[in-house]
Design a binder for this molecule. Structure first.
Ligand SMILES: Cc1cc2nc3c(=O)[nH]c(=O)nc-3n(C[C@H](O)[C@H](O)[C@H](O)COP(=O)(O)OP(=O)(O)OC[C@H]3O[C@@H](n4cnc5c(N)ncnc54)[C@H](O)[C@@H]3O)c2cc1C
Length: 386
């Protein structure tokens, strides 16, 4: 069969573009090298897939062009996806901050996509690896482990570099470069950070609420101490904005005026460490402040001591040397530059009939369902144009 479009990658973006184009009567082939589609969806959200967020706007994404995502997000919104999820009877709930999860299993989302593909007449070939792509007179020739596939149009939906063990490859970036597209520097993101001075093993496994700030961006959520540094949702969020050599400031008590509280305790014989442990897990309290201050009684604390105590806890500057890498990162920051893509259709401005969608594009969402919403919305944009 001759196809109107070949889609490389049977992940969220590829399947959604296929459904959208298939519904419009286009003959679509999806090629996936895993033996099943949607493997990243299956492991996402701890197995419950945080498939979207109630509130999504371009501000929830990082890109060299902060406005690029706007058009696609407006054309296919979280409500549009929710309608499909409800039509398939998928039980879901809001965990926090608008994050919508499957109540039982991510598998429901993969099953929904596969059944929509079937209804739209999409052909899916799993266990088929794409090695290269050539421009042909009447479209594209896609070289695969099962021979050459020809089609008029080609959508590249092969994702980023994170989690190679479940199928990530650099093919999308290679195809983009081959056709003259610029790649914005890629790096692991939504990922734990490694402290420059090494982690504090005595704190590993403890988590607490914190406000985390770098380069003018702040996130408030839990942080988790690890053997090598910090993790937890607030750290994953800030990893989208962190730059090597730029410190991250942590406020371990964002709702408390610690100076004020300490002053009211000036008659107390308790140590500064004990005073702090009223607000923080004891192990964090004693390690956060300098030993000389931790051992002082509150009666002995000068104004300067109190200022040091408060700064150590509420304005703690940490230098990270690197991230925990692609094997642990939920996404790849950077990717195919949006400069040569049409924001309404995801079509290449350089090569007619070529599209880039999903994570391979230089659009990276916050933690909280935003990356899947980008996959659905960009997939829909391309699928409507193919
Ligand atoms: C552990 C984890 C949890 C996550 N949880 C969430 C979450 O809860 N919410 C959220 O919004 N985001 C989450 N994400 C991010 C989200 O999964 C991705 O942003 C999203 O899946 C990207 O979709 P995509 O279709 O662009 O790429 P992918 O889902 O990566 O799909 C690309 C597909 O292309 C295939 N492929 C690659 N190379 C080739 C080749 N040469 N030939 C054939 N096929 C190829 C791959 O096997 C893959 O199936 C999570 C990511 C991870 C790693």
């Amino acid at each position: 069969m001759r196809f109107d479009c070949t889609i490389i990658g049977g992940g969220a973006a590829g399947l959604f573009a296929a459904i959208t184009a298939g519904r419009r009567g286009k003959r679509v082939l999806v090629i996936e090298h895993n033996d099943q589609v949607g493997r990243k969806i299956l492991i996402s959200g701890g197995g419950r897939c945080n498939f979207t967020n109630r509130e999504v706007s371009a501000e929830n994404f990082v890109s060299q062009n902060p406005h690029f995502a706007r058009s696609a997000l407006a054309r296919f919104t979280p409500d549009d996806l929710l309608r499909m999820v409800r039509r398939h009877g998928i039980d879901h709930y809001e965990k926090k901050l608008g994050q919508l999860f499957c109540r039982h299993s991510s598998r429901a989302i993969v099953e929904m996509l596969v059944s929509e593909c079937r209804a739209a007449g999409v052909v899916i070939e799993t266990g088929c690896t794409v090695s290269s792509v050539l421009a042909a007179a009447d479209g594209f020739a896609v070289e695969t482990s099962r021979g050459t596939k020809h089609s008029r149009k080609l959508a590249v939906a092969c994702g980023g570099l994170s989690f190679a063990k479940i199928g990530a490859t650099d093919l999308g970036y290679r195809i983009a470069k081959q056709f003259g597209h610029k790649i914005e520097r890629t790096r692991p993101s939504l990922v734990a950070l490694v402290s420059a001075g090494g982690g504090d093993p005595s704190l590993a496994g403890i988590s607490c609420d914190a406000a985390v700030t770098t380069r003018g961006r702040s996130f408030r959520d839990d942080i988790l101490f690890t053997h090598r540094g910090l993790s937890g949702p607030a750290i994953l969020q800030i990893s989208n904005y962190w730059q090597p050599a730029e410190p991250v400031t942590i406020d371990l008590l964002p709702d408390i005026d610690l100076v004020e509280k300490a002053r009211t305790k000036r008659m107390s014989k308790q140590t500064a460490a004990n005073f702090l442990s009223e607000f923080l897990p004891a192990r964090i309290a004693s390690s956060a402040i300098p030993a000389a201050i931790a051992a002082k009684r509150m009666t002995e604390m000068s104004d300067r001591d109190i200022a040091i105590l408060a700064a150590s806890v509420q304005c703690k500057s940490i230098e990270f040397s690197m991230t925990e890498g692609y094997d642990r990162a939920e996404v790849t920051l950077g990717g195919v530059s949006t400069a040569d893509l049409d924001s309404k259709t995801m079509a290449s401005r350089r090569v007619p009939g070529l599209y880039f969608i999903g994570e391979v594009v230089d659009v990276t969402g916050w933690l909280g369902g935003y990356n899947f919403q980008w996959a659905w919305s960009s997939g829909y944009a391309a699928g409507s144009d193919i």
